[in-house]
Write a protein that binds this ligand. Structure first.
Ligand code: 6PG
Length: 510
């Protein structure tokens, strides 16, 4: 491919599962794509798949490059090069390689990995004299990458102009009438109708930040479903298969989501080796790559309460400490009875469905508030209705529920917290009784449901005008002279009590 008419419109570096599928998706949408990977086998596999899936009447749309210089020589200008490589040092390694290969200032490098957003901010500055460092977080796993992911691009707006048509073509699509995904998983027959699940998020780093919070919500969503599974399994003694049926039924209602659907499938899968439910043969130690942790850290740093997301990260941490859990199982007493066994199964399942819904609303409320607070701090102007819209299809947390979030932000773009939206405050007010009953039953039966229960505390804290932080301020002033404000004096006026003297005089501090 060395004459001008055959130049590719986009390059993809890194042909792991995500990179290969993104490249195939781009090719399916009639773009010529140049590909490169250090591993020749991955290159051959991608080319072979493209050839296999392409109708014979169509010309090849994927071209392999032997090195970065060859890729640069085979792209139209400005070059658009997508990186699908592990986050961290490899991104800088490839960027340096591209500089050595002669990349030019107007060229665009799009990082699609799960990079730490602050690294993305730094990279845009670091490479600005060499090329435009752009980023676009991708959600949807391998199937999403192949047939329509949710894409969260950010960075130099002039770069977005060149990336946008390709991104709009390859993104997942939503039916504008119903807000539901239009799904077709057919090679060579991409979905071209509907609203694409991509929108320009904002300046450098904002797309990766939004994706990071997406993943924090994903952690909470997954853990909430796991807690429901444990209550039904250990509490009510239901089989994995039957729980799968409960999840399938929930998936028809307000809890409809991709994660609920796949959880039902996992629960109903038999282990090919033993014939038992596969889930019971899977070791209960959860892995993580860090994005949920980053979300929790960010919430702590900025002072945005996100306990349900943080508890989901802790739940993964405690799961990995299996040997300690094993020892403590025999050391720490739990309740003597198993009160869940006395519950009427159908009514407990109905209660749990409400509890799950309420906790889910809280975790999304936490995630969106976190994005809003960080956006304010960073000077980003994020459009939350658009963000909720592009999560309605393609991404891992896609759910019918996101349509209600979209509408809440369409009604009030500056809503401080989703709990303020009438649609959510009303449904939570209605369901909170069942939520509390579920948490009470779980505590009495000794089954930990950290996400569902922490969300109740979040809800109750936010509906309390007064909190015991008055006493806390008194404590701080007592041991550290940290001062306090008074309810009957102007905000910002600081007072201190001289706790060491009998008279304990109150002074106004300047
Ligand atoms: C997605 C996923 C994807 C991935 C993460 C989370 O949106 O497609 O979030 O990015 O699954 O890496 O993985 P961990 O659970 O390993 O942290």
């Amino acid at each position: 491919m060395n004459n001008h008419t055959q130049l590719a419109q986009i390059g993809v570096i890194g042909l792991g599962v995500m990179g290969k599928n993104l490249a195939l998706n781009i090719a399916d949408n009639n773009y010529k794509v140049a590909v490169f990977d250090l591993d020749n086998q991955k290159v051959s596999a991608a080319l072979a798949q493209e050839q296999l899936e392409r109708p014979q009447s169509k010309p090849a749309r994927m071209h392999a490059c032997n090195n970065l210089s060859e890729m640069l020589a085979n792209l139209t200008s400005p070059r658009v090069i997508v990186l699908s490589i592990p986050a961290g040092a490899p991104v800088d390694g490839v960027c340096q390689g591209l500089i050595e290969a002669g990349i030019e200032q107007q060229d665009i490098v799009v990082d699609t990995g799960n990079s730490l957003w602050t690294d993305t901010v730094e990279r845009e500055k670091q490479y600005k004299n060499n090329f435009k460092f752009f980023s676009s977080a991708v959600s949807g796993g391998e199937v999403g990458a192949r047939f329509g992911p949710s894409l969260m691009p950010s960075g130099d707006a002039s770069a977005w102009e060149f990336v946008a048509p390709i991104w709009q073509a390859i993104a997942a699509k939503v039916d504008p009438e119903t807000g539901l995904p239009i799904e077709r998983f057919e090679p060579g027959n991409p979905v071209t109708e509907g609203e694409p699940c991509t929108t320009y998020i904002g300046p450098a780093g904002s797309g990766h930040y939004v994706k990071m919070v997406h993943n924090g919500i994903e952690y909470a969503d997954m853990q909430l479903i796991c807690e429901a599974y444990q209550l039904l399994h250990d509490g009510l003694g239901m089989s994995a298969y039957d729980i799968g049926n409960v999840f399938k039924q929930w998936n028809q209602g307000s809890l409809n989501s991709y994660l609920m659907g796949i959880s039902a499938e996992v629960l109903q899968q038999a282990d090919p080796m033993t014939g038992k439910p596969l889930v019971e043969m899977i070791l209960d130690k959860a892995g993580q790559k860090g994005t949920g942790l980053w979300t929790a850290v960010s919430s702590l740093q900025i002072g945005c309460p996100a306990p349900t997301i943080a508890e989901a990260v802790y739940a993964r941490a405690v799961s990995t400490q299996k040997s300690l859990r094993k020892q403590l199982q025999h050391k720490l007493l739990g309740p003597s009875e198993a009160p869940l066994a006395e519950h009427d199964k159908a009514s407990f399942i109905a209660q749990l469905e409400d509890a799950l819904y309420c906790a889910k609303v809280c975790s999304y409320a936490q995630g969106f508030q976190l994005m809003a607070m960080t956006a304010k701090e960073q000077g980003w102007s994020l459009n939350f209705a658009e963000i909720a819209k592009i999560w309605r299809a393609g991404c891992i947390i896609r759910a019918t529920f996101l349509q209600s979030i979209t509408e809440a932000y369409q009604q009030d773009a500056d809503i401080a917290n989703l709990l303020m939206a009438d649609s959510f405050s009303q449904s939570l007010s209605l369901k909170q009784g069942n939520w509390r009953k579920t948490v009470a039953a779980s505590i009495l039966s000794g089954i930990a449901i950290p996400c569902i229960s922490s969300a109740v505390a979040y809800y109750d804290s936010y509906r309390s005008e007064t909190l015991p932080a008055n006493l806390l301020q008194g404590q701080r002033d007592f041991f550290g002279a940290h001062t306090f404000e008074r309810i009957d004096k102007p905000a910002g006026e600081k007072y201190h009590v001289d706790w060491s003297h009998l008279q304990r005089a109150l002074t106004k501090v300047n």
